[in-house]
Design a protein around this ligand. Structure first.
Ligand code: UD1
Ligand code: PEP
Length: 419
């Protein structure tokens, strides 16, 4: 298992270019199953999760070519041989469950293993299934599988009890080839939902309202192939912004959509960090320790849960006490124990963590328990005294393109060692 070694203390300076969004590219690759024609995706981040979703599609008959030099993927699904992706692949990644909407919509059937929970929460899929049932599908659960089938999906009004990103995306994809109009109320408003809607519309779907809490989908008979450029990853961007802040650095974060990172910019500014906005980049300059700020994670446009762990690393060296409240996932504080091993002073009180800033963190052997927990430990390691060794870094490979090389280019003393 590979590890990351960091010698903390270097001030980060320079420029870093953000890759395309993992959480956009995964549903978009799944959505390409909605038509038998070629879909070309540009600016693809070649991450482990992307390889997994490609393997899921290949396992049911899609042809996929990846061009790592030009960051492009071409997908053609004209020869789907089964509507049952294998358990061994699906269980590797929760986002695999996003193929059910497109397969149900195009072929009238899909059988897929239940995704199960993960380190950050139980993550049920009841809202996805309620949506499919409302569209007229018969949904059966048994032996660890979900099987959904229908003659033809019919448009319906669907109210989501919580604005789930995955449920909004799965239902939106299922509704594109249905009969009549579907309205999703209390829909997720995340930028990745908008990117998916843009992709589907460029295939010939008729979707309006993505990015608001009400999405209307008028079903169409068929979809065509398309070319699409995936949006930049706002969470990767936020992570490098915190890297600049935590090391009292001066970093230009390039290839971003400012609108998508407003909550992160606002909280950094509140913490006393200078953030200079330019057209598609931000300059983050920190000359002192941050001030403590309180954080509450919320669905977009609130503060993203996927940035909570990284902000906790920043707050662990802040001046004062910060209260970080996680409202989206019920178990997303696994990084606390590891940050405490590095000298952070954090207490968990229900859904909140009380973080009392300390003047310095100390390098230690720690373990990445999930993707963003891993990112938080890298950030803590960048500022800690001495050496930090992070194990279980396969989590980081799910979501950060070349994180070690990008941080090295900013002056960090970081390396990946194979063992
Ligand atoms: C691949 C991807 O895009 N992942 C993102 C997506 O995950 P994902 O789509 O899984 O997250 P959801 O928005 O669905 O989950 C949010 C909350 O809703 C609950 N819920 C969800 C569905 C359901 O049927 N029932 C239910 O109760 C979940 O348990 C969780 O507590 O959005 C999350 C919230 O912004 C992010 O942290 C993830 O990075
Ligand atoms: C939780 C995340 O991803 P996933 O939903 O794929 O587990 C994440 O990107 O932080």
């Amino acid at each position: 298992m590979d590890r990351i070694l960091i010698s903390g203390g270097n001030r980060l300076t320079g420029k870093v270019k953000i890759s395309a969004a993992k959480n956009s590219v995964l549903p978009i690759i799944a959505a390409s199953l909605l038509c038998p024609f070629e879909c070309k995706l540009e600016g693809i981040p070649f991450l482990d999760d992307v390889f997994v979703i490609c393997d899921v599609l290949r396992s049911i008959g899609s042809e996929i070519s990846l061009n790592k030099k030009s960051n492009k993927i071409i997908i053609k699904s004209d020869n789907i041989s089964t509507i049952e992706p294998p358990y061994e692949l699906v269980r590797k990644m929760r986002a695999s469950f996003l193929v059910i909407g497109p397969l149900l919509s195009r072929f009238g059937r899909c059988r897929i293993s239940l995704p199960g929970g993960c380190n950050i929460g139980t993550r049920p899929i009841d809202l996805h299934l309620k949506g499919f049932s409302a569209l007229g599908a018969e949904v059966r659960l048994g032996h660890g599988y979900v099987e959904a089938s229908c003659k033809k999906l019919k448009g319906a009004k669907i109210y989501l009890d919580f604005p789930s990103v995955g449920a909004t995306e799965n239902i939106m994809m299922a509704a594109t080839l249905s009969q009549g109009e579907t309205i999703i109320e209390n829909a997720a408003e995340e930028p990745e939902v908008v990117d998916l809607s843009n992709f589907l519309n460029s295939m010939g779907a008729n979707i309006i309202g993505a990015g608001t809490d009400t999405i209307r989908i008028e079903g169409v008979k068929e979809l065509k192939g398309t070319v699409h450029q995936v949006i930049p990853d706002r969470i990767e961007a936020g992570t490098y912004m915190v890297a600049a802040a935590i090391t009292q650095g001066n970093v230009v974060v390039e290839n971003i959509i400012l609108e998508h990172i407003r909550p992160v910019i606002a909280k950094l500014q509140e913490a006393g960090i200078t953030v200079i906005e330019e057209q598609n980049r931000v300059k983050v300059i920190a000359e002192d320790f941050p001030k403590s700020v309180d954080i509450k994670t919320l669905p977009y446009p609130g503060f993203p849960t996927d940035m909570q762990a990284q902000f906790m690393a920043l707050m662990s060296i802040a001046k004062g006490t910060s209260i970080i409240t996680e409202t989206v996932f019920e178990n997303r504080f696994m990084h606390v124990t590891e940050l405490k091993r590095m000298g952070a002073n954090i207490k968990i009180d229900g859904r909140s963590a009380v973080v009392e800033g300390v003047p310095r963190l100390t390098g230690a052997q720690v373990k990445a328990t999930d993707l963003r927990a891993g990112a938080a430990l890298v950030l803590a390691g960048l500022v800690a005294d001495g050496k930090t060794e992070i194990s279980d870094i396969h989590h980081l490979d799910r979501g950060y393109v070349n994180i070690v090389e990008k941080l090295q280019s900013l002056g960090a003393d970081i390396q990946r060692v194979e063992s």
